[in-house]
Design a protein around this ligand. Structure first.
Ligand SMILES: Cc1cc2nc3c(=O)[nH]c(=O)nc-3n(C[C@H](O)[C@H](O)[C@H](O)COP(=O)(O)OP(=O)(O)OC[C@H]3O[C@@H](n4cnc5c(N)ncnc54)[C@H](O)[C@@H]3O)c2cc1C
Length: 461
């Protein structure tokens, strides 16, 4: 009898495929489901999953070297910031290269995953098939359920309102008077596309952001030499390693941004009142250009909707027939019992390092994060390896109360570091995470040697 647990893996986006690779590299027996018709998750334009958020002109805003998986470099023939079609192709090639497609069941959704009395998982697919597994790994993404502003601005709007999740291409913007709400990456992309084809484009922002260009001096912005140390990579090794203190890192990044881009008021945007690093980064050189060209008019928050007028908090108003709300996404885990891993109203999910449920060690999440600089791909790759080590019995989790204490400590830290917002409750800093993970894997191996039981020990018994 194999000592390795049987595993059900949900999702074949970037996070799912790298996890499948790690499970497969350890010789684990797993079933793998995705409701879409291709691997790649949100990067599959027009996916049959019906939930993918890619729009026609979407390019990733993290550079090639910061996206690629360690054991499968991206072809250097690809542009520095690939298009969604190139990314989806890379993910598909990755899956085929490692022979993972043999395990994957596409067009198959997981409807329910129920924890049984003996601590195993009964999984039911949308085809009505049921199977029991020792462990469940969830990589279902969190960009498929739109988050709308609450409360919505008062008043009635005579025009059309859409969420960025449903934006596909500029045909919806042509010749219209458009108000785009938000200053995240999708808001910037859509406002820029609107500025080229719409009659007018207003950009309504709640707070300032340190908008970054895609290159700084001679490098892609995320490859400026030494930046990884400002982003939390440690210096030195093992016990003798240390990280640059957070405040110094913030100062370093704020100064770098100020030198390369200048104050945001130069572009007509409010100057952020928070330091660099306190919000998810916005990368959009095209927004900066469009603002300087006068093609986009920045505005504060919407105070009221009034027929074909949108009234803003500064007392001004704009005629509009389309509002595009770029207000983010809700985290949802619809196939799990709600009280097993509660998702709070602010998108807070209480997991150990965003990965493990302290209550149920046979349940893990990959990709339940918002990268603060860096890419989801490389963080998910680290998480996938960690989960595989845990399931294979090479790593043991700390005791439950230690995990809860860590969750609480991280929540307090996040409250100090980041602007309070639903998108920052799952914020993870790539270099910081990967640096600390090395230490945690080491501690987990020591726990195994001390005889702390893992999931695989239970599977063997
Ligand atoms: C418009 C947009 C732009 C983005 N740009 C960037 C960027 O530039 N850089 C960056 O790092 N991140 C970016 N992101 C974040 C993006 O989500 C990550 O890059 C990454 O693709 C997430 O991968 P994932 O596998 O975790 O999730 P997803 O890509 O969402 O994949 C989840 C998969 O799970 C499947 N699934 C879900 N539920 C079930 C179920 N019940 N049963 C079976 N299958 C299921 C879905 O079909 C999907 O294929 C962007 C997101 C959006 C929406």
């Amino acid at each position: 009898v194999s000592a390795l647990p049987t595993v059900c893996l949900v999702g074949a986006g970037a996070s799912g495929i790298t996890t499948a690779r790690s499970l497969s590299a350890r010789g684990m027996d797993f079933d793998w489901f995705d409701r879409g018709d291709r691997v790649g998750g949100i990067w599959v334009f027009g996916s049959a999953s019906g939930t993918a958020a890619a729009y026609r002109q979407l390019h990733i805003n993290v550079s090639r070297e910061r996206i690629e998986f360690a054991d499968y470099p991206m072809p250097r023939s690809l542009p520095t910031y690939p298009h969604h079609t190139q990314l989806a192709q890379y993910f598909e090639d990755y899956v085929r290269h490692f022979g993972l497609d043999r395990t994957l069941r596409l067009r198959t959704g997981v409807e329910h995953a129920r924890l049984t009395a003996d601590g195993r998982w009964e999984v039911e697919t949308d085809g009505g098939e049921r199977r029991v597994y020792d462990a469940l790994v969830v990589a279902n993404g969190h960009h498929s359920v739109p988050r709308w502003p609450t409360p919505r601005p008062p008043g009635e709007f005579a025009g059309e309102q859409i969420h960025s999740h449903d934006y596909r291409d500029d045909s919806v913007l042509r010749g219209r008077d458009v108000v785009v709400v938000g200053l995240g990456n999708s808001a910037c992309d859509i406002a820029v596309e609107s500025s080229l084809v719409a009659r007018s484009t207003h950009l309504s922002v709640r707070r300032g952001a340190h908008v970054l260009p895609k290159t700084m001096w001679r490098w892609p912005y995320d490859q400026v030499p030494g930046l990884e140390y400002a982003l939390g990579k440690g210096i030195g090794v093992g016990r003798f390693g240390f990280q640059v203190p957070w405040r110094l890192r913030q100062l370093w990044m704020t100064m770098g941004h100020r030198m390369a881009v200048g104050r945001m008021e130069r572009y007509g945007l409010p100057n952020p009142t928070h330091p660099f690093g306190a919000t998810h980064p916005t990368i959009s050189p095209r927004l900066l250009d469009s603002l300087l060209h006068g093609r986009i008019a920045p505005k504060p928050v919407i105070e009221r909707l009034d027929g074909d007028l949108v009234r803003f908090a500064d007392g001004t108003a704009a005629r509009a027939d389309l509002i595009v709300w770029c207000t983010g996404y809700e985290i949802r885990l619809p196939f799990l019992e709600p009280d097993l891993v509660p998702v709070h109203a602010d998108n807070r999910v209480d997991l150990y390092w965003n990965v493990f449920s302290p209550k149920v060690p046979s349940l893990a999440f990959v990709g339940l994060l918002q990268p603060a600089a860096g890419s989801t791909m490389q963080i998910s790759e680290g998480q996938g390896k960690w989960v595989a080590a845990h399931l294979a019995g090479d790593y043991a989790l700390p005791p439950q109360q230690e995990m809860w204490a860590d969750i609480e400590r991280r929540r307090r830290l996040a409250a100090k570091r980041y602007v309070a917002s639903a998108r920052h409750t799952v914020q993870v800093e790539q270099f910081d995470f990967l640096w600390r993970l090395r230490g945690e894997l080491h501690r987990g191996r020591r726990r195994v040697r001390r005889g702390v039981p893992g999931v695989s020990a239970r599977a063997a018994s």
